[in-house]
Design a protein around this ligand. Structure first.
Ligand SMILES: NC(=O)c1ccc[n+]([C@@H]2O[C@H](COP(=O)([O-])OP(=O)(O)OC[C@H]3O[C@@H](n4cnc5c(N)ncnc54)[C@H](OP(=O)(O)O)[C@@H]3O)[C@@H](O)[C@H]2O)c1
Length: 254
């Protein structure tokens, strides 16, 4: 049985807790958070604490914390014999350098507390400062998902950057689309099959190969109409920048 203490009670901590609770061979021994506010979910399910000095001994400490506080929190665990890992896409393994056993357990997915997820499909990007601990992390990842990857800190930085483009930026564009619909009393639901098909197409084709729309066709009159319709100067800038980026990427004349 692998015993784990989870530090943090936010999105990732909650989902990891749910995933581990449903898996065999792993026991969440305790959940720590610096404040009581978001520990409600864990109450009566597992031992909880807000007192750092009460953190239990464990095989693995998972720091599912705000990126900025990972180094200082790891520093406070430097005398523990267990493996200390964080779950961040952008924090280097070196941020845990005070800990003799350190690693990264980065789940490449977008987590919101109340969203249901199929944990078996989540890729886990793993890194550790010893082969033995890398194998331990693989064993843990295997209990919830069959998808574990060896990814270095340098690669993870690039992967996280890529994830910001394909997830965070795309989601903001959904929000802009929703706002435009709302202003014209059009239900956003009408766009959902299009959103689904766009995401589905790239499962089997290169995104560059399936680009459509006025930018790649260089339909200048449509582009001008769209720019005139946009009320927000911020959204006009986004439209112009993305149109130009698509045309440059595909070698079109501006
Ligand atoms: N969400 C995602 O989609 C996602 C995906 C992959 C990886 N990650 C990574 O996973 C980690 C956690 O992300 P998350 O989305 O779960 O964040 P989150 O929901 O905002 O939770 C952050 C946790 O850090 C705690 N925290 C905040 N300020 C703190 C401080 N000054 N001292 C100690 N603890 C503090 C929070 O406690 P309070 O709420 O009580 O302040 C909370 O428990 C991050 O490293 C993130 O990069 C996130």
């Amino acid at each position: 049985m692998i015993e784990i203490v989870v530090l943090g009670s936010g999105n990732v901590a909650t989902h990891l807790f749910k995933a581990f609770s449903a898996s065999e061979g792993i026991r969440i021994k305790q959940v720590y958070n610096h404040s009581e506010a978001s520990l409600d979910f864990f109450e009566n399910k597992v031992e909880i604490t807000t007192d750092f000095s009460e953190i239990a001994e464990a095989d693995v400490y998972i720091l599912a914390l705000k990126d900025d506080v990972i180094p200082q929190t790891a520093e406070k665990l430097k005398d523990r014999s267990g493996l200390v890992v964080h779950t961040s896409g952008s924090v280097a393994l070196d941020a845990l350098s005070g800990c003799s056993r350190r690693g990264v357990f980065y789940p490449l997915q977008t987590f919101s507390k109340d969203n249901e997820l199929n944990y078996s499909e989540i890729p886990f990007c793993l890194e550790a400062n010893s082969e033995e601990d890398l194998q331990l992390l693989k064993k843990i990842a295997d209990r919830i998902s069959g998808k574990a990857y060896d990814i270095s800190s340098e690669q993870r930085k690039k992967l996280h950057l890529s994830a910001v483009f394909v997830c965070n930026f795309v989601n903001h564009l959904y929000a802009v689309g929703e706002q435009i619909c709302q202003k014209s009393e059009i239900p956003f639901d009408i766009l959902k099959p299009l959103i689904k098909e766009t995401a589905s197409k790239v499962q089997h084709a290169s995104p560059a190969g399936v680009q459509t729309g006025p930018a790649i066709r260089n339909d200048q009159s449509t582009i001008n109409t769209h720019l005139d319709l946009l009320e927000s100067s911020e959204n006009r800038k986004i439209y112009e920048l993305l149109t130009s980026a698509i045309q440059t990427f595909h070698g079109k004349k501006l």
